[in-house]
Design a binder for this molecule. Sequence first.
Ligand SMILES: *[C@@H]1O[C@H](CO)[C@@H](O)[C@H](O)[C@H]1NC(C)=O
Ligand SMILES: *[C@@H]1O[C@H](CO)[C@@H](O)[C@H](O)[C@H]1NC(C)=O
Ligand SMILES: *[C@@H]1O[C@H](CO)[C@@H](O)[C@H](O)[C@H]1NC(C)=O
Ligand SMILES: *[C@@H]1O[C@H](CO)[C@@H](O)[C@H](O)[C@H]1NC(C)=O
Ligand SMILES: *[C@@H]1O[C@H](CO)[C@@H](O)[C@H](O)[C@H]1NC(C)=O
Ligand SMILES: *[C@@H]1O[C@H](CO)[C@@H](O)[C@H](O)[C@H]1NC(C)=O
Length: 725
Amino acid sequence: MHFTSLAATALTLLVAVNTAQAKKVLSWDDAYTKAKALVGQMSLEQKVNITTGDGWMMGRCVGNTYPITKPDFPALCLQDAPLGMRFADNVTSGVAGINAAASFDKEAILARGVYLGQEFYDKGVHVLLGPAMNLGRSNEGGRGWESGGEDPYLIGVLAAESVKGIQSEGVIATAKHYILNDQELNRKNSSSNADERTLHEVYLWPFARAVEAGVGSIMCSYNQLHGTWACEDDYTLNQVLKGELGFKGFVQSDWSATMSTVPSANGGLDMTMPGDITFNSNDSYFGKNLTDAVHAKTVDESRVTDMVTRIVAAWYKVGQDKNFPSVKINAFHRDEAEIVNVQRDHKKLARSMAAASNVLLKNSGILPLSKSTKSIALVGSGIKVSSSGINGKDACADHGCLDGHLAQGWGSGTADFPYLIDPLTGLTNALGKGVKIQTSDSDWDLEAAATAVEGADVAFVFSATDSGEEYIVFDGNVGDRNNLSLWNNGDNLIKAVADANKNTIVVINSVGATLMPWIDHPNIKAVLWPGLAGQESGNALADVVTGAVNPSGRLPYTIAKEVTDYNVKPDPKFDIEYSEKLLVGYRWFDHAKIEPLFPFGHGLSYTTFSYSKLKVKVSKAKKNADVSVKATVTVTNSGKVDGAEIVQAYISFPESAGSPPQQLRGFEKVFLKKGKKENVDIEFTKTELSIWDTDAKAWVIPSGKFTVHIGASSRDIRQSASFNL
Ligand SMILES: *[C@@H]1O[C@H](CO)[C@@H](O)[C@H](O)[C@H]1NC(C)=O
Ligand SMILES: *[C@@H]1O[C@H](CO)[C@@H](O)[C@H](O)[C@H]1NC(C)=O
Ligand SMILES: *[C@@H]1O[C@H](CO)[C@@H](O)[C@H](O)[C@H]1NC(C)=O
Ligand SMILES: *[C@@H]1O[C@H](CO)[C@@H](O)[C@H](O)[C@H]1NC(C)=O
Ligand SMILES: *[C@@H]1O[C@H](CO)[C@@H](O)[C@H](O)[C@H]1NC(C)=O
Ligand SMILES: *[C@@H]1O[C@H](CO)[C@@H](O)[C@H](O)[C@H]1NC(C)=O
């Protein structure tokens, strides 16, 4: 075997952020001072034009506002997607949001935000349409992979670090989709109905963290909320977002999610996108309609001034008044765009992040591959890129196909690959000429699969599931997945390989949790879960398989034994009642005492970690408002190789709080050389220790006994300690 380094690599070295390059982000106060001075010179028509998109496919970006002169304010370019630039060439297409979350690595998520910000800046894009932050309320939800899984705290970290990274490079981030837009089924006409506490503690939480991180824009969603369109909902936009959370940036509509002029303007919408009422209808709810509404006194001019001040302030905040580059993309005429390569060395980050987000679900010790490995077999259509090309071309616009190796889902949340390293290429390069590789790339020819794996030292079998946005229907899946089984004969293929080779390793590229009826097959010695790994997928897989990277990815969702163990599915009713309330994801499994197959937060390493000496220190300031609780635990790498542990902290609230049994409220990724130990601190403030009190309409720390559980997953708690508040 020719691969060189079996030592674990310190990923943090690869993901170090070059903060020296970061541009200066202004405070909202300073940004508002500048914005007010400029907006003060604008006429009503000028202000209205800045709030109005010029219509679908009318400009170079997926969204473009009208420019004004005297005073001057440019047309803003708004462009997808959360994982990379859509409809553009020479850009990086790295891991999906769900993988960023699975890394449980704040520095890596920040570094990903920084490289996204750099690429959008260099292409002259003012507003990046991400991060996606909706909750994986059901596993089937089609766009779950764009976001961070089933836990609000984890999505909150993904959101905050992404926003900080993107905006540090001079690009406005967009927290989306606000709010309760958690399934594709009927997304444009259903009403998501959650009670106030559920809304705050589960669904608002990530948006609150994005607002704290200074996010410049928030996108309101297609769905209704208790029967009111999200983009004209006074309660969630004016009262909650701009009131309670103090959001100072602008609310933009999802594409054609604006449904009115007056209720939208008064309900809190600040910008309509892409501007026309329906795509290419050449009219608008804003534009002349908004000007007319001001003249008719149904919308106050001060509201329009507020809208535009929010937009202009976000622009100043990230420094776009200073020599911002001209727009280099041409979304709908790509061959007419200038060739500007903005990729720098971002492929290194794309690779380290893909490796860092690979979850080792099961391992009998077969991984990393032994140096004596002489032959391996690779089976399944996922081992190679599609024969129709890495981006699927016309038949699969916006990646709306599962054809060959899967490294992102489908819809507007996609970015074309500049290249895609498939597993065959990645493993061939990493293992070198000394290892013989046999392949079968059919999912259906079980005989060919059995023949390919016969006699191989180790057999890898690949399978996948896919999902995306509802405007693309693939294999009968209208965005959401129709089932939680593997696609394309996956279960049969895995069984056929395992029957024929006693050292079978299953590799699943999935948008989310799947059922694993074969998990107890005695020949299945390991299961790897690389998720949606982006352009460097195959190289990153090889890094983990060879042990060049010691895996530390963790599941951002629960994998159940049976589909019936889950309590939420996409709901076909017009009124979608969030009747499970706080019991989403593992909170439900804990509450109902259901044993998952693989719990939230689970992921193995090639080494082992022990936990000891948990101590909890409570500091209360005079008024109890600034309470801070610090948990300190000693973590030791007690195994044989270097590696990183994800130390997770779950809090149990006092019984009187009526909270789920435990909730993630902190985590740290710590890299430890073998034999080394470190004290890890996790701090909880009022944010982490509060519940939403519906009577007080406020975040309140319940009084009584709290318990902090520290461990390696939600079901692998190693140390617990209680404290009173
Ligand atoms: C606003 O935009 C419309 C549409 O492009 C344009 O006709 C009009 O002149 C603009 N008004 C101002 C004041 O910029
Ligand atoms: C830029 O993208 C174009 C179109 O995909 C491709 O032909 C070209 O090779 C790319 N150039 C670089 C430097 O990546
Ligand atoms: C809701 O929208 C979907 C998809 O656009 C459509 O198929 C369905 O008929 C609509 N339902 C109602 C009640 O309007
Ligand atoms: C809108 O304008 C475009 C371009 O001028 C034209 O192609 C299209 O047919 C118009 N749409 C409608 C609904 O009038
Ligand atoms: C104003 O809005 C109405 C729908 O309320 C629409 O029919 C009309 O075309 C809009 N006017 C303009 C000038 O866009
Ligand atoms: C689940 O859906 C996929 C994709 O549409 C399909 O290939 C597969 O056959 C379905 N599985 C089951 C068990 O229905």
